[in-house]
Design a protein around this ligand. Structure first.
Ligand SMILES: NC(=O)c1ccc[n+]([C@@H]2O[C@H](COP(=O)([O-])OP(=O)(O)OC[C@H]3O[C@@H](n4cnc5c(N)ncnc54)[C@H](OP(=O)(O)O)[C@@H]3O)[C@@H](O)[C@H]2O)c1
Length: 335
């Protein structure tokens, strides 16, 4: 029997990962957060009250645990250190470059303890990193372009919405990319997802840029307007930010589909489906299954698994997930 502790385990991503893990025989799943009594129960799991920001609370929760999945963004490097010091495996879905950079510093500790920390797990970063590796292996050299299309009708978690609002206006630039049907060619706006910062190092490619659009063209126009520096500054004022997050939690203008597409030279690869939170949770659950057999140290997902095998297995998991590889020289029409 192996025990997995999910911090943020009854959140939007955490509960998807928990549901996938409970289907695996021999796995005990503990979903943890500050107030599990107020959350909808996750069937087949044990709930635990843990404040990840409280070191004593966290230390108690780690007793008897084999792996931790971090689905909250709170002191992640400290949580990772507490796990690795005890030889506990660690998986993180964070999309924040500074969070991942801090955890990378723990590579020596992880290697010394024989434990693995897997970073860049989820959709973006995560699936985008694996698609990028597929492209890099077929078309070495050049710059990576990554496009992310999210459904504005999906009920994204409060933490993911806050992360997105805080990312508005941080980076400039837009370009077009081709997404799988039914989306077609869309304009994406550069967004501070962590994959673009880590991939040039892990894959040895040139620069990487990641852009975001929404399934609804109208909300994408609003996203671009909100990303203008003066507007973004206004949206970061606490009262305005709270009002906007409240409204975004209630208004659902599009569908719940998502698509990510990556282009490098002549290679293009895409992955699409419904419910990005589900895809993120299931990708994390799949990686957790493989964690005990992976090399010790701190690594990003594209350094740990075979990308095509992993994405094919994830796509077979259902919910309209599709892997779409165009690796011949004539397949690339983006600009
Ligand atoms: N890689 C990817 O593709 C990807 C995709 C989606 C989301 N994400 C990331 O995943 C994270 C979670 O997103 P989400 O949509 O699941 O958000 P969410 O629904 O708001 O879930 C966050 C969870 O964290 C818990 N939490 C917050 N502070 C905590 C603390 N101090 N100690 C313990 N638990 C705490 C919350 O419960 P309590 O408030 O009750 O403690 C909640 O259950 C975000 O950081 C987001 O950026 C990554």
């Amino acid at each position: 029997m192996s025990t997995v502790l999910i911090l943020g385990g009854y959140g939007t991503v955490g509960r998807e990962a928990a549901a996938a893990l409970t289907r695996r025989p021999g796995t005990k799943v503990i979903v943890a957060g500050r107030d599990p009594g107020r959350a909808r129960p996750v069937p087949g799991t044990t709930a635990l009250r843990v404040d990840a920001a409280d070191p004593a609370d966290l230390a108690g929760a780690l007793d008897g645990v084999d792996a931790v999945l971090m689905c909250a963004e709170i002191d992640n490097a400290r949580v990772a250190r507490a796990c690795l010091e005890r030889g506990i495996g660690y998986v993180d879905v964070s999309a924040s470059p500074h969070v991942l950079a801090e955890i990378e510093e723990l590579d020596g500790l992880a290697a010394g303890q024989g434990a693995t920390a897997a970073l860049s797990v989820g959709l973006v970063p995560g699936i985008t990193n694996l698609l990028a590796r597929v492209c890099a292996e077929r078309s070495p050299g050049g710059d990576l372009r990554i496009g992310v299309l999210l459904g504005s009708g999906e009920r994204h978690g409060p933490a993911a919405l806050a992360w997105t609002v805080d990312g508005l206006g941080r980076l400039g630039g837009s370009w077009t990319m081709d997404f799988p049907a039914p989306y077609g060619r869309r304009t994406v706006h550069r967004f501070p997802f962590s994959d673009q910062y880590t991939l040039p190092r892990t894959l040895g490619v040139g620069a990487a840029t990641t852009g975001l659009c929404l399934d609804s063209r109208l909300t994408t126009v609003l996203l671009a307007a909100a990303g203008r520096p003066a507007v973004a500054r206004l949206l970061r004022r606490p009262r305005v930010r709270d009002l906007l997050l409240g409204a975004l939690g209630k208004v659902h203008l599009g569908g719940d589909g998502f698509a990510v597409t990556v282009r490098l030279g002549t290679a293009r690869a895409a992955f699409s489906g419904r419910l990005q939170s589900r895809a993120t949770g299931r990708a994390a659950a799949l990686l957790l299954r493989d964690l005990p057999a992976l090399p010790a140290g701190v690594r990003h997902i594209e350094q740990l698994v075979d990308p095509v095998a992993f994405l094919t297995e994830l796509a077979a998991d259902g919910f309209d997930l599709h892997l779409d590889l165009h690796l011949d020289p004539d397949s690339c029409g983006d600009r």
